[in-house]
Design a protein around this ligand. Structure first.
Ligand SMILES: NC(=O)c1ccc[n+]([C@@H]2O[C@H](COP(=O)([O-])OP(=O)(O)OC[C@H]3O[C@@H](n4cnc5c(N)ncnc54)[C@H](OP(=O)(O)O)[C@@H]3O)[C@@H](O)[C@H]2O)c1
Length: 273
């Protein structure tokens, strides 16, 4: 069972122009797994547009606090820090109760939390398979189901799931468990887009290739390895968390109001189907 950690809300003192933003956030956003990496960049992207943000962590509380502090400095009228484990329904329910007592609704849910896995099927134990599917796929199902009542209360709402190039092609470094989990996220996204359209809730996914985060640090820790990764991508670049955050921001917000069930590749040309 997940350990319940305190919820910390930051509120700025109301003065001048900042006070106007503070009184009326652009919207309310929760990003799972936002203590670092892509989730962190997504939180900061929304913060810079004046959204109230919920930063969630699994084990790295200090890093989540740092993200919340930075979000507040960038313009988030409120930054709440929550501990949650997306694979544990009770932990999600506790987080839901906390958020519901503080916010009127949720405009955006970004299902970002995930774990990586490499290895052949012969090396993959059943417990490895189950953990990867449980966090990466069941976690998206559980978090969506848990936070849906708050999304339904919002004047506009959308969900963005972080899939992967691994869910689109088998020609990648990750294991079959990881590829299956991310292909599952794509299927879940497409089905939920149709199902939740009746509530006006859009559901989209982003499918990145290698992004420079802790998750794939070991593929990028020497100049030779970096060059190899760059060469996998026709644009000859290493994708940054902010590149993914920009795509998430577009899909999440009303600028993309006619788009649902879409998988947006952020892969520097590596896979173009
Ligand atoms: N990096 C890439 O190359 C890449 C490419 C394609 C897709 N993706 C996907 O993008 C997403 C973010 O990846 P990243 O690279 O930013 O990873 P990361 O740097 O390893 O961060 C993972 C985040 O997920 C959280 N987390 C892990 N297990 C969790 C659980 N059971 N419940 C709740 N939170 C959990 C971690 O929390 P703590 O740190 O607090 O433990 C952390 O905030 C993942 O879904 C990943 O599969 C990444």
């Amino acid at each position: 069972m997940a350990v319940h950690a305190p919820v910390i809300g930051y509120t700025r003192l109301a003065t001048g122009v900042e006070a106007e933003r503070e009184e009326k956030p652009a919207g309310y956003v929760l990003v799972t797994g936002s203590s670092r990496g892509i989730g962190r960049a997504v939180v900061l992207r929304f913060a810079s547009e004046g959204y109230a943000v919920a930063v969630t962590y699994h084990s790295r509380r200090d890093q989540a606090l740092e993200v919340a502090e930075r979000a507040r400095r960038l313009g988030a009228p409120e930054a709440i820090v929550l501990q949650l484990d997306v694979s544990d329904p009770r932990s999600l329910e506790e987080a839901y109760r906390e958020l519901e007592s503080r916010w009127p609704h949720l405009n955006v849910l970004v299902n970002n939390a995930g774990v990586f896995h490499v290895g052949s099927i012969e090396e993959t134990r059943l417990e490895d398979w189950e953990k990867v599917i449980r966090v990466n796929l069941t976690g998206v199902f559980l978090a969506t189901k848990t936070f849906l009542p708050m999304l339904k209360k919002a004047p506009w709402a959308s969900i963005v799931n972080i899939a992967s190039i691994a869910g689109q092609t088998g020609n990648i470094a990750a294991s079959a468990a990881y590829a299956a989990s991310k292909a599952g996220v794509i299927g879940l996204t497409r089905r939920l887009a149709v199902e939740l359209a009746s509530y006006g809730i859009r559901v989209n996914a982003v499918a990145p290739s290698f992004v420079e985060t802790d998750m794939v640090r070991s593929f990028l820790d020497t100049p030779e390895k970096r060059k190899k990764i760059e060469e996998l991508h026709p644009l000859r670049m290493i994708i940054q968390p902010e590149d993914v955050a920009e795509a998430v921001y577009f899909l999440a917000t009303p600028a993309s109001r006619a788009i649902t069930g879409h998988v947006l590749s952020v892969n520097a040309g590596r896979f173009t189907a």
